[in-house]
Write a protein that binds this ligand. Structure first.
Ligand code: 5GP
Length: 324
């Protein structure tokens, strides 16, 4: 595709604050257009038809799929469908207009495949799943089942972070907006030859993924050197916990069952908990995966030790899962 428009795609769990960030970006970049994605969900509060979304019926959405009007589409929450209109992206890219959108990660991946030269993925997340849970609850109007569903979805979504070019930690709105401003300025200076203060230039981020293995047998956890075992995942490893399991099984010499949120769209369970540390351009994501040691195997692998659950410090949300 010709043209030099940039398509900034913000990815990240629900509650990460992507929409507020889009509003802020558009304040300092008025010539950037928000992509109105097509959706079957109803219009909310102060949303405008054609700004955040094109609100359509299921029949119209199906027609758009059949006619190839959407670059990608997904079922997101509550069975509502969302899709990116091809005409908006192709026209903007060709005209050199920059776009921004909030797209869930399966769709974002397809956009990058469809427009590899134009799509810039930035992952937006708070530094801790706990902050996300608190924010979703503060929005109110949410049942415990909906909250659980969103958090499970977030756990899957977080595994996509290492595959994005940038990571924006959104614990405070101002810092996140500032980080995104630097990213936008950097990409624009490269693509459109716009002048940029060298101090503002942001290199592509390095996002390392670590697995912390919570290996449980009844009321005990398996430790090495007094700590939960940790190892680096390969760059795309956060989504392939089975590789993590294979690694652990070979270390321990015993089969392990990995448990975590399941979703029929994914053939692997999600991590149970995720934290983000570091600062641009180098971040570390820590994925806590839960494993069950065979109950009938009373052995202690050489170099490891069993410790009672109550003696091991775990993040609250994880502790609740492990002890329930
Ligand atoms: P909301 O209903 O809050 O506007 O959007 C729900 C979620 O749908 C957002 O978190 C966003 O990531 C996702 N979404 C919005 N538009 C699209 C789209 O066109 N394609 C995909 N795959 N996801 C979308």
């Amino acid at each position: 595709m010709t043209g030099d428009g940039i398509f900034f795609v913000l990815v990240g769990p629900s509650g990460a604050g992507k929409n507020t960030l889009i509003e802020r970006v558009r304040e300092f970049t008025p010539d950037m257009t928000q992509v109105p994605t097509m959706t079957t969900r109803g219009r909310r509060g102060n949303e405008q038809e054609g700004r955040e979304h094109r609100f359509v019926t299921r029949e119209r959405f199906q027609q758009a799929i059949d006619n190839g009007e959407l670059v990608e589409w997904q079922r997101v929450h509550n069975d509502d469908l969302y899709g990116t209109p091809r005409d908006v992206v192709e026209t903007a890219v060709a005209l050199g207009t920059d776009l921004i959108a909030d797209i869930e990660f399966l769709g974002a991946e397809k956009l990058r495949e469809a427009f590899p030269q134009h799509t810039v993925l930035a992952f937006v997340t708070p530094s801790d799943l706990r902050i996300l849970a608190d924010r979703i609850m503060q929005r109110g109007d949410i049942t415990p089942e909906e909250l659980a569903g969103r958090l499970n979805r977030a756990r899957f979504e977080m595994t996509f972070a290492p595959e994005c070019k940038y990571l924006v930690i959104n614990d405070t709105r101002e810092a996140a907006a500032e980080a995104l401003r630097g990213i936008v300025a950097t990409e624009r200076s490269q693509r459109h030859n716009q002048a940029i203060d060298p101090a503002e230039r942001v290199p592509a981020h390095r996002i390392d993924a670590t697995c912390t293995a919570v290996i449980q047998r009844g009321d005990d956890l398996l430790l090495r050197d007094g700590k939960l075992p940790q190892f680096r995942l390969n760059p795309h490893g956060a989504r392939f916990d089975l590789a993590a399991r294979d690694h652990l099984e070979s270390l321990l010499g015993t089969p392990l069952e990995v448990i975590g949120p399941q979703d029929d769209r994914f053939d692997y369970p999600a991590p149970s908990y995720v934290t983000v540390t570091g600062a641009a351009p180098h971040f570390s994501l820590n994925y806590y995966y839960r494993f069950i040691f065979p109950a009938g195997d009373q052995s202690t692998p050489l170099g490891w030790e069993w410790a009672p659950l109550s003696s091991v410090q775990l993040p609250d949300m994880l502790s609740e899962l492990v002890t329930s």
